[in-house]
Design a protein around this ligand. Structure first.
Ligand code: CDT
Length: 308
């Protein structure tokens, strides 16, 4: 069976003093709605359980360890896993992971309808900076609080589809999509927290930022002939605004569902994974058309080097 109703559970702002239990209750309310609409795979945002704390600076980063989870599931999230299992629903969500070795990652997982974590992904492209920058109007300290992910972009077969994940800034990098595309991915979920303003240039504006978000997701979906669910944590968090714009995109690169507000909101779409085959067997038939002999520089060189 190639059809499945997929969902994106957009989450409105989470304030600093909100507990994991309060957030999980909101997640379960959206899961209940999703179940009523026949959703069997549901995506939540990046860092679903907490406020987007990289906007704050802590001289001693250990002060922020309380935003991290040392096990998953844990007491706070177990009710979410239980409800999904009761519904026979697969899901994916992001959280901050602190490993037994003391490593910090921005992580997301895919959970099967049986309640098992079947794939873990640790965010690869960490935006921002690692030190406090007084000239900035807003700090974006992901590089301070997280290590670059060590998993790479793997996929897993779940509920009849090949699924993968990326997290927020990853969606802007075609490499993220292509690595999963080369594994035949049919559904990519992308959780995000994107500040509406976080650098010195206020001129960029929210509309342009939303355009770049959508452009990236639509291009990634089209060029790899995959469904994509991009889902925001958004609205006001501790006085800071993050844009909404959650979307579901089909393998042709068209937006087929879109959030209308900036709060907790469910978007859904009946995906037909058979539709991924057309692009994968024609214009994006990688085996027939890719020319890897000319792509070496992509892996050999990180930054621009001008030789002419
Ligand atoms: N969370 C995250 O990765 N946010 C970045 C902010 C970049 S500044 C526009 C993003 O790419 O959305």
């Amino acid at each position: 069976m190639s059809k499945m109703i997929i969902g994106g559970a957009q989450i409105g702002g989470i304030q600093k003093d909100e507990t994991r239990e309060e957030v999980v209750a909101r997640m379960i309310a959206l899961m209940d709605q999703a179940h009523e609409k026949g959703v069997t795979y549901l995506a939540y945002p990046e860092m679903t359980l907490t406020t987007f704390f990289p906007r704050f600076y802590a001289e001693d980063r250990a002060e922020f360890d309380h935003w991290f989870e040392t096990e998953m599931p844990n007491a706070a999230t177990q009710p979410l896993f239980d409800r999904a299992k009761e519904y026979g629903m697969g899901f994916t969500f992001g959280y901050c992971e602190l490993t037994p070795e003391g490593q910090h990652f921005n992580t997301s997982v895919i959970v099967s309808p049986e309640g098992e974590i079947i794939l873990k992904y640790r965010k690869t492209h960490l935006p921002g900076h690692s030190e406090y920058e007084p000239e900035r109007t807003h700090q974006h300290l992901e590089k301070r609080y997280f290590l670059p992910g060590d998993t790479g972009f793997n996929v897993v077969r779940n509920q009849g589809a090949i699924m993968g994940m990326s997290i927020c800034n990853d969606r802007r990098w075609p490499e993220s999509w292509r690595v999963m595309g080369l594994q035949g991915v049919e559904l990519v979920t992308v959780g995000y927290n994107t500040p509406s303003q976080n650098n010195l240039s206020a001129e960029e504006g929210i509309e342009r930022r939303i355009y770049h978000h959508e452009l990236s997701v639509c291009a990634g979906a089209y060029q790899n002939s995959t469904y994509a669910v991009a889902v925001a944590k958004c609205g006001m968090e501790d006085g800071n605004h993050m844009f909404a714009g959650s979307i579901i995109v089909d393998p042709d690169g068209f937006v087929v569902a879109r959030a209308t507000g900036e709060g907790d909101e469910l978007i859904t779409h009946e995906a037909d994974f058979a539709k991924c085959a057309f692009g994968k067997s024609t214009i994006f038939n990688f085996a027939a058309h890719r020319r890897t002999e000319h792509y070496g520089l992509i892996c050999a060189r990180t930054g621009v080097q001008i030789d002419v």
